[in-house]
Design a protein around this ligand. Sequence first.
Ligand SMILES: [Zn+2]
Length: 151
Amino acid sequence: MSDRLTGGCQCGVVRFSCEGLGRASICHCRMCQRAFAAPFAALVTARGLVWTAGEPKRFRSSSKARRGFCADCGTTLTLEYDGLDAELAICAFDRPQDIAPVIQVGVESRLPWAQNCPSLPGRPADQQEAADAFLADLVSLQSAIPWREAP
Ligand SMILES: [Zn+2]
């Protein structure tokens, strides 16, 4: 069990484990944008998925799929096409840095600004100092995972 991939929602009520992963992708489609409330979704197909704590509540978002989320904290967790292995939100994994997307889909709905994000400037140094001071004594109430875990 120790080499299984684990993750869960931000409050810790729902936790999962899987034995392997299929293709990891970025999806820009409008349905994923709305379900994640984010410019795109990062998803990976899960093999041998087990819910080790709780289970997501599901919303049927289309005639072909349901989407799972934690009913307590709202974290988006799955995209589940009927009859197929569930896809998990990559950033719900404990180590999302290990799961790199290899394809992007739904590009017809890609937001015009989404591909420019990596080239946006960072905060100026003085603003960064103020932000660091503000965040220095912040205590995460999310479960288990350090909020600023180094990749
Ligand atoms: Zn939760």
